[in-house]
Write a protein that binds this ligand. Structure first.
Ligand code: HAM
Length: 424
């Protein structure tokens, strides 16, 4: 059988790469506009990082991590998410001392051994931002606004924020007691795993994928999280800020986040047309994680967007991506011994940063012109014996549908000048 990419993983190529690059460019540009700096962390990490942050009773840690022992006996995982690694790096590089408040973003592959289906992959890509070092509700507003700004700039305008608050750690203790009291009479109806979760971490029953557990956990309407006065005031301020900024949100939806580190604000951004996996982005506050990793007690908030899901949502609902503009030059040769002459021109253009292509296999002129069209070059220059004799070259502009003759001496300058405005 022919070798194939593993289930839940994909090769990205052709037009898909153009779409990915456009999204990545927009995400990077807007992150910088909001003052976030890029951070790249390794793909492999110590398993303990995720056990201590995402949580030992979560599905991610219990079932979905690609986890292995290396030859030195270290417990390694392919990172399932970015937040824990960003906090580790924040402390490892002493950003808490040098920057205090650090605004960071990342783009890269994450790995979860989930059952692959539409919108759910084993290797997927996240664009994430983390603002570490502030408890201000305005940072929550900034992070959610940035997320929606990126979606809008990528052509996805109908995404909606589901917003909620899980309360502080103290609020969560009270909420856990209430939830336990409510679930206790039906505990034996829960799956084996949830019966264990009931004792260890009752909130995890809320995101069990078993339909019976799900129905029991959510049979009471409204949020399972009870907010104390301070958490309520924080949440009210986040909502006020989002309203002032014109970010549409729905705070009536109840949902659970499947990672343990969250406190107070949590949100998911949902898009239509994605079926069951409709969360394009998700995030929230994690005010204790820095301290739990041995750092100072500082607040933090962030989100991560799934690039695959974002592109699926754009395909389903957003505006069609603009066609790739024609760029650069294709030098067609009608006489193979002119290869060296042609290569010299092409290389001069490349040295000046112009995309320049040519054929090295002695293809027919027709085949070369087809190639020029396929590779979306803007100009085609045809070089033959007559051109060498006259020291001038015929230049076709495929975008404008025009044709002119340019001397050899002016050729490279002329193409470079045309290139500059198109590149900006
Ligand atoms: P998460 O909800 O696990 O949160 O993932 C965030 C986003 O990643 C999801 O909304 C989805 O778009 C995408 N995603 C997750 N799993 C898959 C998958 N198997 N296939 C395709 N896309 C997927 C986090 O990861 C948190 N670290 C977010 C965060 C950042 N919270 C605070 N800061």
């Amino acid at each position: 059988m022919a070798l194939q990419a593993l289930r839940g993983t994909t090769d990205l190529l052709g037009e898909t790469i153009a779409q990915w690059s456009a999204v990545e460019r927009t995400a990077r540009r807007l992150a910088r506009t909001y003052g976030y700096q890029e951070l790249r962390t390794p793909i492999i990490e110590d398993a303990a990082l995720f056990l201590r942050s995402v949580g030992e009773t979560t599905d991610i840690v219990q079932k979905e991590m690609f986890r292995f022992e290396d030859r030195g006996g270290h417990d390694i995982v392919l990172r399932p998410e970015g937040t824990a690694a960003v906090v580790r790096a924040y402390l490892e590089h002493h950003l808490h001392k040098t920057q205090g408040f650090a605004k960071l973003f990342y783009l890269g592959p994450m790995f979860r051994a989930e059952r692959p289906q539409a919108g759910r992959f084993r290797q997927f890509h996240q664009y994430g931002v983390e603002a570490i070092g502030s408890e201000s509700p305005w940072v929550d507003v900034e992070v959610i606004t940035l997320c929606m700004h990126i979606f809008r700039a990528c052509g996805l305008s109908d995404a909606l924020v589901w917003l909620s608050s899980m309360g502080s750690r103290e609020d969560q203790q009270r909420s856990a007691q209430q939830l336990r009291a409510r679930l206790a009479p039906r505990k034996t109806e829960l799956c084996q795993e949830c019966q264990a979760r009931f004792e260890k971490n009752v909130f995890r029953v809320l995101d069990c994928k078993n339909p019976t557990c799900h129905a029991i956990a959510w049979e009471v309407k409204g949020s399972p999280f009870v907010l104390g006065e301070t958490s309520q005031a924080h949440f009210d301020e986040v909502r006020r800020g989002l309203r002032d900024t014109g970010i549409p949100f729905d705070d009536t939806k109840v949902f659970a986040r499947g990672l343990d580190y969250y406190t107070r604000t949590v949100f998911e951004v949902r898009a239509k047309g994605l079926g069951a996996q409709d969360a394009v982005a998700a995030g929230g506050r994690y005010d204790h994680l820095v301290e739990e990793f041995g750092g100072p007690s500082v607040g933090a908030v962030g989100f991560a967007a799934g690039i695959e899901r974002l592109l699926m949502a754009i395909d389903a609902h957003g505006s069609a991506p603009a066609p790739t503009p024609r760029r650069g030059l294709y030098l067609a040769i009608t006489h193979p011994p002119l290869m060296a002459e042609g290569f010299r021109f092409v290389q001069q253009l490349r040295e000046r940063g112009v995309v320049a292509l040519m054929d090295y296999d002695g293809k027919s002129l027709k085949a070369q012109l087809r190639e020029a069209d396929k590779t979306a070059c803007r100009f085609v220059a045809i070089l033959g014996e007559a051109e060498v004799k006259q020291r001038s070259i015929t230049l076709k502009d495929l975008e404008e549908g025009s044709q002119r003759t340019v001397t050899f001496d002016a050729f490279v300058d002329e193409i470079t000048q045309q290139w500059k405005p198109a590149c900006r």
